[in-house]
Design a protein. Sequence first.
Length: 41
Amino acid sequence: MLLINTENILKKRSYYSLKTLITVINRVLVIDLNYYLSIYI
């Protein structure tokens, strides 16, 4: 029982960290794109 719970918690945690990682990368990309666009335009 405890093992199953721990596994679920770990899965949730890795899923959330993956989501936040993707969100952060997206924000950085958007900022970079805006920066480059503002330089070239």
